[in-house]
Design a binder for this molecule. Sequence first.
Ligand code: SF4
Ligand code: SF4
Length: 140
Amino acid sequence: MKRWYSPDGVRFGCQEGCAFCCRGEPGVVNVEKRERARIAAHLGLEEEEFRRRYCRRIGVGAWSLLEHPNGDCVFITPENLCSIYAVRPRQCRTYPFWRNTLASRATWEREGRECPGIGQGKLHTPADIAAYLRGEGDPS
Ligand code: SF4
Ligand code: SF4
């Protein structure tokens, strides 16, 4: 991926209570094996029970969190908070620092029309961004 942003990085700061990225159009929230185990433990469930209640299979050994019929994640609260925030999946934790959103200035700015945190708040350096792309760290 060619770096299009300045050596200083890009600004991003999640706007509390927004929850755009947890609501709306149906999509996929990947939840990997060790994430399923962590969330299940957080909820006091066996992993199988967690999968049965809160996940759908999307491939061989691959699972997504369930959504309500309107596309909202099952874990979003009426107050727009994530009820499993401390153990949310990597996909949620690293948003919006995904390869597709970081692919170009245009894709980043397009995402910024949906996510009001893009362009605001803390500066995330190229080293930070490289870590997020590896699934490490937490941009929020
Ligand atoms: S990451 Fe962006 S879209 Fe998601 S809750 Fe924060 S500000 Fe809203
Ligand atoms: S798990 Fe939490 S952060 Fe991820 S989509 Fe659901 S409510 Fe949002």
